[in-house]
Ligand binder design. Structure first.
Ligand SMILES: Cc1cc2nc3c(=O)[nH]c(=O)nc-3n(C[C@H](O)[C@H](O)[C@H](O)COP(=O)(O)OP(=O)(O)OC[C@H]3O[C@@H](n4cnc5c(N)ncnc54)[C@H](O)[C@@H]3O)c2cc1C
Length: 479
């Protein structure tokens, strides 16, 4: 079963349908015929502007009833709808590649309830993830499944991408914390899945089917999130290694040697360190001449205990050939250790739009082999490939970057070839092409490399069952 051919399938918006949309959400909540105000909704955070596409109209519903009315209208008029959170995505999922209606969830931004007795929160999809965490932290709680873009992204986008982040090794990804969803289906029906309960085996698990569905199976209008008690203490450690292989092979030793799982184990190679330090105007002195670093974070309720564990992890790394290790337990030292890691994505993005931020994931013991593959590709195709990511869970953000002296024409020719080679190598290492950023429309032509025909065909049947007119977020995953 190949990609759906949707050429000429959808209708363009008419002035009359725009008026109907204005009646549904109010005239102030519709943007139409105004390129300057439509532009911010035409792209996400992918560096390359080639992935951008303008919507015909942006609508901003306030609740599920308005969202449902928009979906019914879109089905009646055969106009596609693309749901959007904050637009911080890195796979083009929120980009309206087939035009039509861009449905922004930005006005659905209330935290409805923080239920301390049940350790859950009920909120709307347009709440900024970090704002949510700040609110629950006031009550000694936290949402552990957040991504590193937490200051920008929305919780609805996190659920739709099943976002992960630095803390996935210990706490898992967003999906683990989603207990309930109110969903507007592509047809405009509203369903409620799950609830405040921790257990539920009543019927198919439609809740987790929605998680990670990249805005193609339904629009989340209310989300119930499981919370955890906020650990009282945190210690960070910077460990310097000669190369990535030495860094990664220390990870299982640290865990086995302390019988404890760190909250984060983040990796950066030399090139990504230099690019990031250069961007933030910081010296690379604290990293000496390390070829790779690990940033290890431990959290718990006893500062003394986690400091001891951290010391032991540092000793294990040094015994295993690490160059040096430093512990940071004051907020200013911690900020210093994390600074380069936190800015690396924007630092690389600032180099050139001719780049592709990858999100490949392999079993962690295969990271050194993956790094070898990347090194070989960078030499064979004469590219820069800085590499950083979540060493604790095998998810590496290798970014393929055009060299300044290379032509754009050459770059456009070689990128698909490099990606295909990389993805096939990743597959042979037991990995896949996206760990957390999703397929969107950036990777859709490669999905067949890693999903077999029967799995793809099953997914398409599910899509057709829920969205018979293929109205919701077409042009993504395979469409
Ligand atoms: C600097 C940087 C760091 C990042 N770090 C991480 C990281 O550590 N881990 C990680 O996983 N990602 C990371 N990302 C990617 C991105 O931030 C996440 O994918 C995030 O979850 C997207 O949220 P958003 O609100 O911006 O969604 P958008 O980009 O607006 O949308 C993403 C997808 O979700 C769908 N969607 C949005 N809202 C809804 C809704 N209410 N109902 C149904 N579908 C919806 C859209 O259609 C689209 O397919 C990073 C991005 C940047 C720029």
């Amino acid at each position: 079963m190949g990609a759906w051919d949707l050429t000429g399938y959808y209708s363009s918006l008419t002035e009359q349908s725009v008026k109907k949309l204005q009646q549904i959400v109010g005239i102030d909540n519709v943007i139409y015929d105004d390129p300057d105000r439509l532009e911010p909704y035409s792209h996400d955070e992918i560096a390359d502007p080639e992935y951008a596409h303008f919507p015909e109209v942006v609508v901003k519903p306030e609740n599920s009833a308005e969202t449902a009315a928009i979906m019914k209208l879109a089905n009646a008029e055969m106009v596609p709808v693309t749901p959007r959170g904050a637009g911080s995505g890195l796979s083009g999922g929120a980009v309206p590649v087939r035009g039509g209606i861009l449905l922004s969830t930005e006005r659905m931004n209330r935290i409805i309830e923080i239920d301390e007795d049940n350790l859950v929160a009920v909120l709307e999809p347009g709440v900024v993830t970090n704002d949510f965490n700040k609110e629950v932290e006031k009550k000694g709680l936290f949402f552990a499944g957040y991504p590193m873009s937490r200051e920008m992204c929305y919780i609805g986008g996190n659920v739709a991408e099943n976002a992960g982040g630095g803390r996935a090794i210990k706490y898992g990804v967003t999906g683990r914390y989603v207990l309930g969803l109110e969903v507007v289906l592509p047809t405009g029906e509203i369903i409620n899945l799950g609830g405040k309960r921790v257990k539920d085996v009543t019927g198919y698990n439609l809740l987790q089917l929605m998680v990670g569905s990249e805005g193609t199976l339904g629009i989340f209008t209310r989300i119930i999130i499981k919370l955890l008690p906020l650990p009282k203490a945190r210690v960070d450690m910077l460990v310097l290694f000669e190369d990535v292989a030495a860094a990664v092979s220390s990870v299982p030793l640290m865990i086995a040697g302390t019988r404890s799982i760190p909250g984060s184990i983040e990796l950066m190679d030399r090139l990504s360190l230099e690019i990031s330090c250069n961007y933030i105007g910081e010296s690379t002195k604290q990293f000496q001449n390390a070829g790779a670093i690990l940033i290890v974070e431990l959290d718990g309720n006893s500062a003394e205990y986690i400091r001891e564990e951290c010391l032991l992890m540092g000793e294990l790394c040094l015994e295993h050939g690490a160059m040096d290790a430093f512990i940071a337990d004051s907020p200013s030292e911690q900020a210093r250790i994390w600074n380069a890691r936190e800015h690396v994505a924007e630092a690389i993005k600032a180099l050139t739009p001719a780049q592709s931020l990858e999100d490949v994931v392999v079993p962690i013991s295969n990271i050194p082999r993956l790094v070898e593959v990347l090194r070989a590709l960078s030499q064979k195709y004469d590219l820069h490939i800085p590499c950083y990511g979540h060493a604790g869970d095998g998810n590496l953000h290798a970014t393929i970057v055009k060299k300044e002296e290379d032509s754009l024409e050459n770059w456009h020719k070689k990128l698909p070839v490099v990606l295909r080679e990389l993805y096939l190598a990743v597959k042979s290492l037991g990995g896949t092409i996206s760990g957390e950023h999703g397929i969107g429309h950036k990777r859709k032509q490669f999905v067949q490399l890693v999903l077999d025909e029967a799995s793809l065909s099953t997914m398409k049947k599910i899509k057709k069952a829920l969205d018979p007119n293929l109205i919701l977020n077409p042009g993504k995953l395979w469409g």
